[in-house]
Design a protein around this ligand. Structure first.
Ligand SMILES: N[C@H](CCC[C@H](N)C(=O)O)C(=O)O
Length: 281
């Protein structure tokens, strides 16, 4: 059976996007891992599935699978590619879409300048809902490492859920941040029951941060949309940032806005198509 797909990326966070509105296919986690492989497969950070909605007030269902085969709740860069894809594939003519994800509803808006704005939902700040096993309340949490890493014995971070779990650490410079060593240790730490995406944030000024993210189930990516949202929310909670912030990631820039608790986080950025492909399943 032939399966058509499109390879896309948002600032270098790359995706295999599959239309399961006009096609029918079932991919198990083993197949996702094989397809994600950058040598023996197609190669991607996440697989995005476009499905018919389950709720009448939604336009589509949006499902996300990490390269390790696990299904996750949200993907911001993927949401922008989703909006571009459904328009390009003529699955809709609407330039404002409501999509359902397992992390909650998102609103996608395709601008005239081809930048795409996503209402990413309201961040969840209660540690137990992220989930994170916190020792106390408050915007900063501490964790003592089982084994020191690069001389680091204890780390401090904010925790936020954007539907998916994030831990955000402040660093002096993203260039020297211990992403490859500390990232995997925190990603799978026992105090994060569902594991966690780990962000390393450098505050340039109140309207500009640099960010690197070690993603749950993937590793370091060139960009992470939900990670950018989580970092800005953490920075605002800690009194370091204004409500509109330019987030500079290795793959490029996103604009993130958050008016404060109880409000949605709004992300704006690009989405690119690389190629169309066909797969013999
Ligand atoms: N790259 C995605 C994040 C995927 C999140 C995934 N790594 C998880 O396990 O939550 C983004 O742009 O938001």
């Amino acid at each position: 059976m032939l399966l058509h797909f499109t390879k896309m990326h948002g600032l270098g966070n790359d995706f295999m996007v599959v239309d399961l509105v006009t096609q029918r296919a079932r991919l198990d986690s083993h197949q996702v891992r094989e397809l994600a492989d950058r040598h023996f497969g197609i190669g991607f950070d996440q697989l995005l599935l476009v499905e018919p909605p389950r709720h009448p007030d939604m336009d589509f269902r949006y499902r996300i699978f990490n390269a390790d085969g696990g299904e996750v709740e949200n993907c911001g860069n993927g949401a922008r590619c989703f909006a571009r894809f459904v328009l390009d594939q003529r699955l809709t003519r609407k330039r404002e879409l409501k999509v359902e994800t397992s992390g909650g509803p998102l609103t996608l808006k395709v601008g005239s300048d081809d930048r795409i704005t996503v209402e990413m939902g309201t961040p969840v700040l209660e540690a137990s809902q992220v989930p994170f096993e916190a020792k106390h309340d408050g915007p900063k949490h501490q964790l003592r490492l089982d084994t020191p890493i690069d001389g680091i014995e204890q780390v401090e971070f904010g925790v936020v859920s954007m539907g998916n779990p994030h831990a955000v650490l402040l660093v002096d410079s993203v260039a020297t941040a211990p992403v490859a060593t500390l990232g995997p240790v925190l990603e799978s730490h026992r105090r994060f029951p569902n594991r966690v995406n780990v962000g390393f944030m450098e505050v340039v000024d109140r309207r500009h941060i640099r960010l690197r993210v070690f993603e749950r189930g993937v590793g370091e990516t060139l960009a992470c949309g939900t990670g950018a949202c989580a970092a800005v929310v953490t920075g605002i909670q800690q009194g370091l940032l204004d409500q509109r912030v330019e987030v500079e990631l290795p793959g490029g820039r996103l604009t993130i806005e958050w008016p404060g608790e109880g409000h949605q986080v709004v992300m704006t950025g690009p989405a690119e198509k690389v190629f169309d492909g066909r797969l013999e399943l």
